[in-house]
Design a protein around this ligand. Sequence first.
Ligand code: HEM
Length: 536
Amino acid sequence: MIRNFLNTVLFSNDSRSDKIHKIYKESRYFDATSDIGYSIWLTFIILTGCSIIKRYWKCTNVREKKFPQDVPGPKAIPIFGTRWIYSLFGFYNLNKVHEAYKDLFHRYGSIVKEEALWNVPVISIMDRDSIEKVLKQSGKYPFRPPNEVTAYYRKSRPDRYTNLGLVNEQGEKWHELRLTLTPELTSNKTMKHFLPELITVTEDFIRLINSSRNDDDIVIDFEQLCNRLGLESTCTLVLGKRFGFLQENNADPMGQILADAIRGQFCASRDTFYGLPLWKVFTTPAYKQFIHCEDTIYDVISVLVENAIEEEAELCATDDFHRVFKSILLAPTLDIRDKKAAIIDFIAAGIKTLGNTLVFLLYLIAKHPDVQEKLYKEIEHITPTNEQITMESLRGAVYLRACIMEAFRLLPTAPCVARILEQKTDINGFTLPPGSVVLCHTWLACLEELNFQRATEFLPERWLEDVNHKLSFLVIPFGYGRRMCPGKRFVELELQVVLTQVIKNYEIHFDGELELEFEFLLGPAPSTKFNFRNRK
Ligand code: HEM
């Protein structure tokens, strides 16, 4: 490992990048933990020496091309890179990473370099053309940097996992999983069959809002209700049965345990990713928290899956409601560990993303009464009283979709899309080698006046005026290309149905400003208070 590492640091730029590329491709760089205890001091000394030589070399050489090392960014220290900026000695807060990036771009310009462990550069960009260039260059197997802590843990549990899962796998293995696991989830037909069930889930959500209101019609901790909706709807889609997480007096703590574990897992992932990577040296509280949450999620979902498998045996084989579940269960190339892991990944990916997105959407609508009124009129028109929502009626909900698109532009829960470059790429005058990790900050680009007029205002009308808005490329809340979120179709349908039902039943209000928090996803800080007034 030491030899590998020294090769990586000391060789020329190209061989270094090849090395990084290879290491990422094979996901072997997690093994960096194995002999770190022996090598850390030796490497520290060598790296310090290297950085002195590098500085001397920089002063004495005039280079024509600019390399990743030249990209501006906060000062890096040997081995630990720039992660110190989120530590006690730094100036940023881990639950405000989104603000940190705003500040970094403000200080250094539209391309910024951070350095991860072993001083591996991580490049952030927010310029529209550069984002487009990076996302459009991906080949057959787009590489997204895996969540290191998940990958490391899953590798240590072969009893539970045979691979890193769809979210974290790379290359051919990822492609194989994608082809096996997602066709039903992404199909239009599946969504059409799922709509009636989704409507009943949403009706339960409306009943839950009703019973959770206090005397002033306020629901406190509304984000928790939204997470329960995310949990119930994703489990219903993926496991093909209802679980009752939206029951008013739900005595079963499983839903809350799962939601808490997923939140804890996201926070621990954030802390291990953005914090000092000490978890690779010894078991830090963040790593302990991660294992605890990952195990809880596994245990809870395992029980759900096993029960669902038992019940499935009694169900009619042509039942449409179970399409996604059956496609996973019957996949001949997967063993039971892969099937469980896939279901875990789908459910874990769905809860907080959906919950946060719904809070953001309702917040923006609550703060804009004129938009809300216009939306109500459209909803009344497309689904008159007592008429059920259908795919056809939703097709007429043009303003509703514009509201969702605009909410994704202003407050997306996934504020950036990450890629590992597959080829040498020139960005803003810098030549980035293959293997470079690039974070495309689509959200911050969406808030630039250069890209959208009145960029910080909530104006759904902008999506009506020019449906093929040339800058809609920047509004990619589900990512881009072959690695795009397979839950997109389901989420878009669910948001339309939920928004229709909520606005049909209530006039919504929100006092003050929503505070944002970064938990690896952008989300609302607890506890949100929404006012739901019955429509007359
Ligand atoms: C509002 C809700 C959601 C948002 C905003 C969201 C966003 C995203 C984004 C940005 C990515 C990365 C895409 C890329 O790198 O190009 C992603 C990947 C993924 N999402 Fe979602 N997601 C949501 C809901 C869901 C749901 C409900 C599911 C499952 C039912 C899901 C499953 C996945 C999976 C499995 C991946 C990894 C795909 C791959 O690497 O091939 N997501 N999601």
